[in-house]
Design a protein around this ligand. Structure first.
Ligand code: HEM
Length: 506
């Protein structure tokens, strides 16, 4: 396949050494997606599950403590000489009765997980175990429903209705919540020399979601500033079996990987959140009744979509974006600032949807953040029937009922699809050739060039996520020429400390 050099972004000032220019911004060529018509050899799926109980426990320790998630998957690819193999997936005993999975670890086999004619997506949003429905008002909420279940289509319709009805509030409320956050972070840097991004982001994200989607300011209501804290605790009760909290290993393994945290402990907090959503969702709840969904079931679903899907997602994605954009350095920062400011000036100083579309480097940077570190890294599906799954090198027979697990970072950093797959290349998705590669960006549980609908399991908030991620970059570079960060780690991803925010000079 022909290789096309990317011409974007515009040439940099000539005094910069050329070694600074190319690597971060451009790609000499994109790797053609292998479209072999040849019949691949049929191979038995390598790997085994070990002895009952011992195998899953040994694998759990490797996954959490001895190797870590990345190494856990990568080392077994080398061992089995295959990107498709059998393994156990944590948590295993006693939380997940069956930890046995077939892992899909390349960009060719992974997309089978999006084909709901081939895989069932019932009760496996969090993997091989499902949190108690006591944590969601006794209901199986939308994320756990397979499209074949009648409620899936109705609830997804409700989500689309809600997002659509509030769409005009997104840009102004985002700008208001996040300028307040950046004002606060600037003050922190002046007084302490540094500022923690993550807690400020969580407060801003919750305020933004409440104001844009529900039209209320939680700070003026009973909830006050408590929203993020209540949600964090509630999230912990659901996903603790998948986390490392940093407690002494035997204690942690017993307390959160072996037994569930009892749901009743969080009931009071959950009810506070529920009341907040119930009293501020009137028109959406009315629409739910028209669809034949009770107000209660609809409200538990709105709470979940806002607090787990949206807040939970922004809490991971935004720090990750600050990390990758922070690390990419001054050259890209300058190009972003120039592009964003010139487009906003040309649109009369307004940030509009149309203006965002005219910022190719900014859009590419957002896609690249989502490619290099997908915020939800694991996807699951149960084979609906006997299937043949192809990696780049072989075809594998999977039996009906087998659990498939894709580790998305290995699919979106597949070196047989992307050149310099492990590198953050700011302009990767600029231009025709770059845009063609968007079908390999998979963060939303579907290709970036496809849309969520009633019949699939692609993220209902895909457009909203893209919009807020773009708005973050725009806000950042309207206000600042550049910024510096320190990066640490936490159970839910990167922790970012800002050490400088350099105010806009042009
Ligand atoms: C950074 C933010 C977000 C990320 C990374 C994200 C990611 C995902 C992923 C990976 C799935 C599929 C999970 C699976 O079935 O394996 C999903 C589903 C879903 N997401 Fe998002 N999401 C985000 C934000 C949102 C927002 C803002 C909404 C707002 C409504 C939302 C609503 C949903 C819903 C309702 C589903 C289930 C869809 C269905 O059952 O058909 N998400 N999301």
């Amino acid at each position: 396949m022909a290789t096309t050099p990317l011409t974007f972004p515009p040439p940099l000032p000539s005094h910069r050494p050329s070694s600074l220019r190319r690597p971060v911004l451009t790609l000499a060529s994109e790797r053609p997606y292998p479209s072999s018509q040849e019949l691949l050899p049929l191979r038995k799926i390598p790997g085994n599950y070990g002895l009952p109980l011992i195998g899953p426990l040994r694998d759990r320790h490797d996954y959490f403590y001895n190797q870590g998630r990345d190494e856990y998957f990568k080392s077994r690819v080398l061992k089995h000489r295959s990107t498709v193999y059998r393994t156990n997936l944590p948590p295993g005993p006693f939380i997940a009765p069956n930890p046995r999975v077939v892992a899909l670890l390349d960009g060719k086999s992974f997309p089978v997980l999006f084909d709901v004619t081939k895989v069932e997506k019932k009760d496996l949003f969090t993997g091989t175990f499902m949190p108690s429905t006591e944590l969601t008002g006794g209901y199986r909420v939308l994320s756990y429903l397979d499209p074949s279940e009648p409620n899936h289509g109705k609830l997804k319709k409700l989500m689309f209705f809600h997002l659509q009805s509030r769409r005009d509030h997104v840009i102004p409320e985002f700008r208001s919540a996040y300028s307040k956050m950046f004002d606060f972070l600037e003050d922190e840097i002046v007084s302490d020399g540094k500022a923690a991004f993550c807690p400020a982001n969580e407060q801003a994200a919750f305020n933004f979601l409440a104001r844009s989607l529900y039209g209320v300011n939680p700070e003026e209501l009973k909830l006050g500033l408590e929203g993020p804290k209540l949600i964090r605790k509630w999230l912990l009760f659901q996903i603790a079996p998948l986390l490392i909290l940093g407690l002494p290993k035997p204690l942690e393994d017993l307390a959160i990987h072996t037994f569930r945290l009892p749901a009743f402990l969080i009931k009071k907090d959950y009810n506070l959140l529920y009341d907040f959503f119930y009293y501020n969702s009137g028109p959406v709840l009315d629409f739910a009744e028209q669809l034949g969904i009770s107000r209660e079931e609809a409200c538990h679903n709105l709470l979940f979509a806002t607090c787990f899907n949206s807040f939970g997602g922004m809490r991971i994605l935004f720090p990750n974006m600050m990390k990758w954009i922070g690390r990419v350095g001054l050259v890209v920062h300058t190009c972003l600032a120039r592009e964003i400011r010139s487009v906003v000036r040309a649109s009369g100083g307004d940030v509009t949807l149309a203006a965002l579309e005219q910022m190719p480097l900014m859009k590419s940077v957002v896609y690249e953040c989502l490619r290099i570190e997908p915020p939800v890294p694991l996807q699951y599906g149960k084979a609906k029937r006997d299937l043949l799954i192809e990696s780049h090198d072989a075809a594998f027979q999977v039996k009906e009922g087998e659990m498939l697990v894709g580790y998305q970072p290995m699919a979106t950093k597949d070196p047989r699809i992307f050149h310099r797959a492990e590198e953050f290349v700011a302009g990767r998705f600029v231009g025709e050739e770059g845009e063609r590669m968007l079908r390999h960006v998979l963060w939303s549980n579907g290709p970036e060039d496809k849309s969520p609908n009633f019949g699939n399991k692609q993220c209902a908030g895909k457009d909203l996520v893209m919009l807020v991620a773009r708005l973050l970059v725009v806000e950042l570079f309207l206000r600042y020429d550049s910024f510096d960060i320190d990066v640490g780690s936490s159970p839910r991803g990167a922790t970012i400390t800002l050490t400088s925010l350099k105010k806009a000079t042009f």
